[in-house]
Design a protein around this ligand. Sequence first.
Ligand SMILES: [Zn+2]
Length: 102
Amino acid sequence: MLTHAHFDHAGSSGWLCRTFGVPLWCGAGDAAAIRGGRVDTHCSRTLNLLQRALLPVTACQVGRILQEGDVVAGFEVLEVPGHSPGALASGAIGTGCCSAAT
Ligand SMILES: [Zn+2]
């Protein structure tokens, strides 16, 4: 489960999926970026251009698009767009505890 399509989170996704034979799951708003390998960083247009030139992200198939309310390994998926269009968080069911990555 990819929390969002920024370089520091998605940069090795393609390699990890190919190496370990696992699918990538992400939010709908980030699926096109993952499939196309066009992943941004957090900061600026200039940094995005440099990152794409120096450390390009390999495109990766998306095995599943996660939606609000899906359950993954006992955690409920929460859609929290804003940091990226398809940003996801997860909540431990029945605890009120939530986790998000930026
Ligand atoms: Zn981020």
